[in-house]
Design a protein around this ligand. Structure first.
Ligand code: AMP
Length: 313
């Protein structure tokens, strides 16, 4: 079943200990769409400025992403983000965020985007996420991502947006910030107890992987071990693309914990490719067979047998 996504479509300038790039194609919706396109058709909703190039749109077109709802705003400037990473690639400094065309953007979804049964509200102002959510009232599975900026600047809207979703995907520090709970598990359980709130919580933990909490259970996967990581930007959105993409491909089945675990494995595999190169570079050249091989390897890495051993009395 096709997936609709709204979120930032951006130019990113990124510096890591391994290099620097200026104005690369980026944005939460872009990273998500490229990853999810390995599973289902993706329809991207969002504005770009006059400065946005055809070459960048081609990256999405080449993966079969539907860009009919990418609106070019005359005289507008594309969302811009600048970030810097130190040796600890788990933490980054945001040096600049320019909302540009997202300021005052009013999404008008085409019939196609409104017909999707799966919706991903990628990181952007929560009011905009709610606006798009309201245009897909019958979606079967709705997931949402956000970040510290919106938890601080738009908390009330964000809480309303979260209440309208099935699944919340946040970084561990954001889950703590949102709930005021130190334990990640307690934070997730608290959100699960909110009235009408999400029934699936995914905590992204950067290079430590991701954890899944539902009313029925808990599951966790490490990040896929890599010897070289060049640029972690977009890893979270690429994870979400693999995770939500896998669910969309199985939307006619029951969304059981077993299905969610498989989705976690696919999100983890996709995210691991993303960080091997700057920006969208690695995912642009990825093949489906690469994903299958990495999921298989991840399974081998994380399996153990629980054969009983004698314990001293
Ligand atoms: P991630 O590394 O998965 O958390 O996401 C990185 C992407 O998020 C970058 O490509 C940025 O363009 C985008 N981004 C950064 N800050 C914001 C923001 N305040 N709102 C929306 N998108 C953002």
């Amino acid at each position: 079943m096709p997936i609709t996504v709204v979120g930032s479509i951006a130019y990113d300038s990124v510096s890591t200990p391994f290099g620097e790039r200026q104005r690369m194609l980026g944005g939460a919706a872009v990273h998500f769409a490229l990853a999810a396109s390995f599973f289902e058709e993706v329809r991207v909703v969002g504005p770009v400025g006059e400065d946005f190039g055809e070459t960048e749109l081609d990256v999405l077109r080449n993966r079969g992403v539907d860009i009919s709802d990418v609106e070019r705003i005359p005289g507008g400037k594309t969302f811009f983000w600048r970030g810097k990473y130190g040796w600890d690639l788990n933490s980054r400094e945001t040096l600049d965020t320019q909302l540009g065309v997202f300021e005052g953007f009013q999404p008008k979804l085409s019939e196609g985007s409104r017909a999707s049964e799966v919706l991903f509200l990628a990181n952007i102002q929560p009011d905009l996420q709610r606006d798009v959510r309201a245009q897909l009232p019958h979606a079967k599975f709705v997931a949402l991502d956000s970040m510290n900026l919106w938890i601080e600047a738009a908390r009330d809207s964000l809480l309303k947006a979260i209440a309208e979703c099935d699944c919340l995907i946040l970084n561990d520090s954001e889950l703590r910030q949102l709930t005021g709970k130190a334990s990640l598990y307690a934070a997730a359980r608290e959100i699960l107890s909110w009235d009408g709130g999400p029934r699936v919580i995914v905590a992204k933990q950067g290079e430590y992987g991701a954890a899944l909490v539902t009313a029925e259970g808990f599951f966790s996967l490490p990040a896929f071990p890599l010897e070289s990581v060049l640029d972690p930007t977009g890893a979270g959105d690429t994870f979400a693309g693999g995770f939500v993409g896998y669910i969309a491909a199985h939307i006619d089945e029951e969304i059981s914990d077993e299905l969610l675990r498989q989705a976690m494995a696919h999100g983890t595999a996709l995210a691991s490719f993303n960080v091997e190169e700057f920006g969208t570079q690695r995912i642009e050249t990825l093949a489906g067979a690469d994903i299958v091989a990495r999921v298989r390897q991840l399974r081998e890495f994380t399996q153990f047998s629980a054969a009983p051993v004698p314990h001293g009395e």
